[in-house]
Design a binder for this molecule. Sequence first.
Ligand SMILES: [Zn+2]
Length: 271
Amino acid sequence: MRRLALAALLLLTACSPSGCGQEPGSPQTADTNPEAEPLPGDPDPTPAEPETPPAPEPVSWPHEPGGGLYPGSGTGATDATLWAAGIRFPMEAGPAYANSQVYGYGGFAAPGPGSQCDVRNYSYPWRDNFCETRSWTNGMCPAGKGHQGQDIRPATCEKKVHWVVAAENGRITSIGSYTVTLLGDSGRIYRYLHMDMAGVNALFPNAASRNVTRGQHLGKVSADFGGNATTTHLHFEIKAPVTSGGGATVMFVPTYSSLIDSYGRMLNGAA
Ligand SMILES: [Zn+2]
């Protein structure tokens, strides 16, 4: 009986309610004690390199190359100049879809049955449509004529929802029946077509209101076309001084590369 009691006492000494073994807070051996003094001749302890989180992958989106028009819709511009580096993407938010209205679903030369609001029009990849077949003069197009800007659908097919914004600081010089013209401080001219023009006129009722800053609301994407209707989209143009033969002419320039540049910045939080 006495022997059993002794064994029980030994067991109680070795084990606590939290388990058997070394008690928390019991002294460490000198080898593992972080507070231990370095021995003479020991090299200085080198602090561990702080962990640097890997840089996030830039956000990208599928887009066809500049000049790569929809097959059968014309011959694209060969000029790849970034004509308007640093502009604000002309819609306040993405996603947005640069593509063709005429050669997209619901257009006059659609690839098949479908409405303008077809989900296939509201999807990537982007596609250039500067120089798409038109009768308008365009010195940058191989044919000497063609579409003078880029068509961009907003995130959804709804009218009067998606804000259009100023590409740079400047002044609105004209508000027509479906066109807003912005003269940027850079000297470039931007034209925005097919916004909700009643809304535009409400925002800019007089000359004093027409100085704008980069990113400022200009109006909302709609389908205004001077009494006719078009699809829900923004037609965006850039005119810039182009030097040729010793003189400079302000003319329509390829738009797509500047839109890729600005959309990429916007997607990555640096609009
Ligand atoms: Zn257009």
